[in-house]
Write a protein that binds this ligand. Structure first.
Ligand code: DC
Length: 236
């Protein structure tokens, strides 16, 4: 069983996907985190400088980048590992956000991560969120959701997320970043952000997490799955 959630930056895809995974006992895979981890690697290794990305250098190091997930038993949440190191917080900085769309537009980076994502979904029930899950990664997903929310709501959500993690950023900076990423994500050549033809649209601007869950249950064909279904975890 595969549930694909795509949509614009900061419209609450991962919160929604996590809630579904938790409730139905599915594994959750945050594909944005994977692109962020590759971006972090490029920043740490001076592959990204002030205003340029050394693409040949990144491509020559692609095999040195191992991205995986591990379940933190204390928090019950998945954490992303970059070459074995937990980078869950390091990938959320505004510096990474500022470069991730450029890195994720590179064909070879996408090929590497898409095949990893397809492998992660093998023989498992998963909820995966990203930009091309319903169109490219799992075009035959059992359910496809395309999420959106008003700009000001998305800015506030990202602002709250950063503040809760003790990271400073202004709303102006966040708005600029979200607009920039949406543009590149929609206009890149490789697997651009598109609504799959068979996706259901969810605008959650004025919805609480509970209302979003009700929305999901009303539209899903999975109401036969008990809420307490055995929890699947560890999606590496
Ligand atoms: O979901 P997020 O904001 O953490 O994603 C970070 C970036 O990664 C986003 O701007 C575009 C890119 N991305 C992508 O190109 N394809 C995906 N499946 C997921 C994310």
């Amino acid at each position: 069983m595969i549930i694909a959630i795509d949509g614009f930056s900061s419209c609450g895809k991962s919160t929604f996907a996590k809630a579904i995974a938790e409730r139905f006992g599915y594994a959750y895979i945050d594909t944005g985190a994977m692109y962020r981890a590759v971006t972090l690697f490029a920043l740490q290794n001076n592959i990204i400088t002030e205003d340029a990305i050394d693409i040949p250098s990144l491509l020559s190091r692609l095999d040195d980048i191992a991205v995986s997930f591990r379940r933190n038993t204390a928090t019950g949440q998945n954490e992303i590992l970059l070459n074995g190191e937990n980078v869950e917080n390091a990938i959320r900085t505004i510096e990474v956000s500022g470069k991730v769309s450029e890195i994720s537009a590179i064909k070879e980076v996408r090929m590497k991560l898409v095949s990893l994502q397809q492998l992660m979904g093998k023989n498992k029930s998963i909820v995966m969120d990203g930009r091309d899950i319903g169109t490219v990664v799992f075009p035959k997903a059992d359910m496809k959701i395309f999420m959106t929310a008003r700009d000001e709501v998305r800015v506030q959500r990202r602002y709250d997320e950063l503040v809760s993690k003790g990271m400073a950023a202004s709303r102006e900076e966040i708005k600029e970043n979200i607009t920039h990423r949406d543009y590149i994500d929609q206009h890149r050549e490789e697997n651009p952000l598109r609504q799959a033809k068979d996706a259901i649209v969810l605008d959650n601007s004025d919805m609480t997490p509970e209302q979003q869950m009700e929305w999901f249950i009303a539209r899903s064909h999975f109401s036969c799955i008990p809420a307490e279904a055995g929890k699947q975890s560890g999606n590496e």
